[in-house]
Design a protein around this ligand. Structure first.
Ligand code: ZN
Length: 136
């Protein structure tokens, strides 16, 4: 697979409203989009840091994976997302051939009109890994 850059860091927060002042007022970053992803039971807020983005993730339901992450003591960086140049489906096939555990067997729609898929941290040095590309 061909990775062009880190697309974004996903950061789990209890509340976007509570977290944003740090990112905006202290770090001077600008939130340019807030979007709910019903499918994943999260509300997202996006900020740009040069070419890389920060994706704040707030759970909208106790069943959300983000709610469970926070409940289990997780806080801060939740996942790293790589921008794939030659297709997420193609990258997944490569990973599967190398016995990497997949969370998503096929790409699905994420925030910002991106086609995304997650790899299991058991196979990725403990880092929940997202592969993404703009959806066609
Ligand atoms: Zn993400």
């Amino acid at each position: 697979m061909k990775i062009s850059r880190i697309d974004h860091l996903g950061i789990a927060v209890q509340s976007i409203d509570d977290a944003l002042p740090y990112f905006e007022n202290t770090l001077g970053l600008k939130c340019y989009a807030i979007e709910e992803v019903a499918d994943q039971k999260v509300k997202t807020a996006f900020l740009k840091v040069g070419e890389v983005k920060i994706e704040l993730l707030e759970p909208t339901s106790p069943e959300s994976a983000i709610a469970k992450f926070i409940e289990n003591g997780g806080k801060g960086v939740h996942h790293v997302a790589f921008a794939i140049e030659d297709g997420v489906a193609n990258a997944l096939a490569e990973c599967e051939a190398q016995q990497i555990r997949l969370i998503d067997k096929a790409p699905r729609m994420g925030a910002e009109n991106m086609s995304i898929a997650f790899l299991h941290p058991k196979s990725t040095a403990g880092i929940l890994t997202e592969l993404c590309e703009p959806a066609k």
